[in-house]
Design a protein around this ligand. Structure first.
Ligand code: ADP
Length: 351
């Protein structure tokens, strides 16, 4: 297979990315280990930043260079300005982010020294994102957009409605089905690309996904229901693309993971932005894999999402000839080994 994808219903050249999704404040603690049940421990650090899968994927798409608009809800509380200022600073269009009476969504994240995390999300304002709001916003934004990206941190009927409206408007529809949920069978045919991680793919399909082979098997479940393109992300094992033509593994870059939060958001945002810019599916996945790798080398969620220059540098860096230097190349890519990347060779990408 050549990795290209036909998006025949797309009326080309519009360029923007619409994200329909959640906005939260992420309260993240960092500690050597996670507490046992009922235990209290002292941690090392804490951050309070913009988060939520919708906001993170919008930030990733905006940092990738896409014109990006967010459709979502925030609360009328003290967290409102923190999240809106954060989104505004990224240049994200906020015309369709509504302020609702009550609390902004919160995610409580705990990260241990190995980079593992666990998360409790309280949706609050995100639960108030309704169908009319989504219809109106997609109607306004579709003429200048190519891609609609959504996740499952908003009410299920809202996500399903967004998928249907975006498909009817001729957009490329990408669903990151996180957290995993049961969707009506008929919706899968309205989704162009689905991007579960291995846990979500396992939960949705009932196949245990643990490696590229089992990912390719689970992907059939989505294809059988009418989704054309399935990309199952496997963390440090990369991502597996499956279409009717077959499966192909995009290996991960080798990096030292510090905090795996938001790797999937970096991946989805970069995938959407690249497709909206007219890149091939293969190029878009290569950019998404690079964005995911950079994200895990940094702490936090939205703060770890890379700028376009860092992803460009990583993707475009030529492989060093084997005889040219005594040390390993800064970064290279081969079909069998994927990217080889030395984290200390990356440019700084802090905005
Ligand atoms: P999620 O955050 O949704 O669980 P994954 O952990 O699968 O998603 O990460 C998404 C992508 O980010 C992966 O497909 C991979 O390309 C990249 N990635 C994630 N973790 C690592 C890692 N430890 N090393 C290199 N790349 C990674």
């Amino acid at each position: 297979m050549n990795g290209s994808v036909e998006m025949s219903h797309l009326i080309g050249g519009r360029g923007g990315v619409i994200v329909v999704g959640s906005v939260t404040v992420d309260v993240t603690t960092f500690s050597r280990r996670l507490p046992l049940r009922g235990e209290t421990i002292l941690g090392d650090d804490v951050t309070l930043v913009l988060g939520g899968k919708g906001a993170n994927q919008a930030v990733a798409a905006a940092r990738a260079g896409a014109p990006c608009a967010l459709i979502g809800c925030v609360g009328s509380d003290a967290f409102q300005s923190l999240v809106l200022d954060g989104l505004r600073a990224e240049g994200i269009v906020l015309d369709h982010v509504r302020v609702m009476p009550g609390a902004t969504g919160v995610a409580q994240i705990r990260v241990d020294a190995s980079g593992e995390n666990d998360i409790v999300i309280v949706p609050k304002a995100n639960a108030l994102l309704d169908l009319d709001h989504v219809s109106e916003a997609i109607h306004d934004l579709a003429p200048t957009s190519s891609v609609m990206l959504t996740q499952l941190e908003v009410p299920l009927p809202t996500a399903i409605h967004a998928i249907r409206r975006a498909r009817a408007a001729g957009l490329i529809v990408i669903l990151d089905p996180a957290p995993a949920a049961t969707l009506p069978d008929e919706i899968w045919a309205s989704i162009d690309i689905v991007t579960p991680n291995e846990t979500e793919a396992s939960n949705i399909t009932g196949f245990t996904v643990s490696d590229p082979e089992s990912a390719a098997q689970a992907a059939r479940w989505f294809l059988d229901r009418g989704t054309q393109t399935v990309i199952i992300t496997l963390a440090a094992a990369g991502a597996v693309l499956t279409t009717a033509d077959g499966s192909r593994t995009f290996e991960a870059l080798r990096v030292e993971a510090i905090d795996t939060t938001a790797a999937g958001d970096a991946f989805a945002g970069y995938l959407g932005a690249a497709l909206a810019a007219g890149d091939s599916l293969e190029t878009s996945i290569i950019r998404a894999v690079a964005a995911g790798a950079i994200a895990v080398t940094r702490r936090g969620a939205s703060s770890s999402l890379p700028l376009r220059a860092a992803v460009d540098a990583l993707v475009n860096r030529p492989a060093a000839p084997a005889h040219s230097s005594p040390g390993p190349p800064a970064a290279s890519w081969s079909p069998t080994l994927g990217f080889q990347f030395r984290p200390d060779s990356t440019e700084s990408t802090t905005p």
